[in-house]
Design a protein around this ligand. Structure first.
Ligand SMILES: NC(=O)c1ccc[n+]([C@@H]2O[C@H](COP(=O)([O-])OP(=O)(O)OC[C@H]3O[C@@H](n4cnc5c(N)ncnc54)[C@H](O)[C@@H]3O)[C@@H](O)[C@H]2O)c1
Length: 362
């Protein structure tokens, strides 16, 4: 991808990154930073589960391991943090990291409430540090190709937009007891909201109307665990969007986006691992991805390449590599998508459309 600075000439002074949270996503990011990001070093790992942090550090040769993120924030040798703890800690960690002068990459969602997020983003503004949110779909090659077409006006004025996430599954949700009730909006559809906002850039989400249920695991309905949802979104430019999610696609991980407009249509996303197809007497088939890190491996890597480039540019007061269209998801993107997720929860509770509080108060 030509617009990402994969071989920066000034990579001699590495960007030193501390990881906060060494679980599923954190471990993948740690490996990217240690092995796949030019000019970046994984300098430290913090996780209250020390065993997990130590195991990861052992694999990657990371020098510093701690049970407390504060140790990373107090370390003057560390330029930036990647936050991959559970979401309920995100806003506080963003605020603390910014106050300590660290550039911040935070996994989505950036918080669970607008008040806590606004306080964290105010700290980011005050400190003048770079902030990026983990909306990785923007870095997938096909989503970028679609965005480029949209920026060139190929679809004309957007009228209908669509984004969907079908997480791979087995037809049941065995670990659901450990998953917070509104995950489908706060952690899953939040990606779709960002895709729609990015594809419909310049317009604000005005209102959402959400329907959600426990169709994969009806037994969990009483605990409030919803695994299937559809959201209608109205935008300030008149466009109408639909976002949908389900937690158990038996055929694998399926993520797609689409804009239909006055001049045509642009689509992104695929549900197959590669473009290869098998044609036999039984019919046609293709391999499907079972994991997010399979479908979005490149995107998860490139979002951190972009982050390291931005941090390096700020640190050295040089311009980051030029991009031909808006790419890096930042504070306003994080807030806008969270506002939509929170409005969806209210919409399900009330059974009515709900206005989106999309305008930041910072
Ligand atoms: N972008 C994506 O596609 C994607 C995919 C999966 C997860 N995520 C996000 O990544 C985040 C983590 O998810 P996960 O699946 O890796 O969860 P996980 O439970 O596997 O890992 C979370 C880790 O954070 C640690 N932790 C808990 N409190 C902490 C604290 N205060 N400071 C530091 N570490 C702490 C836990 O011990 C655990 O090791 C979530 O916000 C999730 O939404 C994003």
């Amino acid at each position: 991808m030509a617009y990402l600075n994969r071989n920066p000439s000034n990579a001699a002074v590495p960007v030193r990154i501390g990881l906060i949270g060494s679980g599923w996503m954190g471990a993948f990011h740690a490996e990217s930073i240690a092995r796949r990001i030019p000019g970046a070093v994984l300098a430290a790992i913090a996780d209250p589960n020390l065993e997990s942090a130590e195991a990861l550090a052992g694999t990657l040769g990371t020098a510093k391991v701690t049970g407390d993120a504060a140790d990373i924030l107090a370390d003057p040798e560390i330029d930036a943090v990647v936050i991959a703890s559970p979401a309920r800690f995100h806003s506080a960690l963003i605020g603390q990291a910014a106050a300590a002068g660290k550039h911040v990459f935070c996994e989505k969602p950036a918080g669970l409430g607008l008040e806590e997020l606004d306080a964290a983003l105010a700290a980011v503004d005050d400190a003048g540090v770079h902030f990026q949110i983990g909306f990785n779909r923007r870095y997938a090659a096909d989503f970028q190709a679609a965005k480029k077409d949209l920026a060139a006006g190929i679809a004309g004025e957007p009228q209908l937009l669509r984004s969907l996430t079908r997480d791979p599954g087995t037809g049941s949700i065995g670990h659901a007891a450990r998953i917070p009730a509104w995950t489908i909006f706060l952690e899953t559809l939040i990606h779709d909201f960002d895709t729609l906002n990015w594809f419909n850039e310049g317009a604000e989400p005005v209102e959402v109307y959400a329907a959600a249920d426990a169709l994969v695991e009806p037994g969990l309905r009483d605990q409030g665990f919803l695994d299937t949802a559809v959201v209608t979104i109205r935008y300030s430019n008149g466009a109408i969007a639909v976002a949908e999610a389900n937690f158990s696609a038996l055929y694998g991980y399926d993520v797609r986006g689409e804009v239909f407009g006055s001049r045509g249509m642009v689509q992104a996303g695929r549900s197959t691992e590669t473009a290869a197809r098998r044609f036999t007497a039984e019919g046609t088939s293709a391999d499907t991805p079972r994991l997010n890190v399979e479908l979005f491996r490149q995107a998860y890597t490139d979002e951190l390449v972009d982050f390291a480039d931005e941090v390096r540019a700020r640190r050295e007061r040089t311009a980051p590599a030029p991009k031909s269209f808006s790419l890096t998801p930042g504070a306003d993107d994080a807030r806008r998508a969270l506002a939509m997720a929170l409005a969806c929860i209210e919409s399900v509770q009330q059974g009515t459309p709900v206005a989106v509080n999309a305008v930041p108060v910072r």
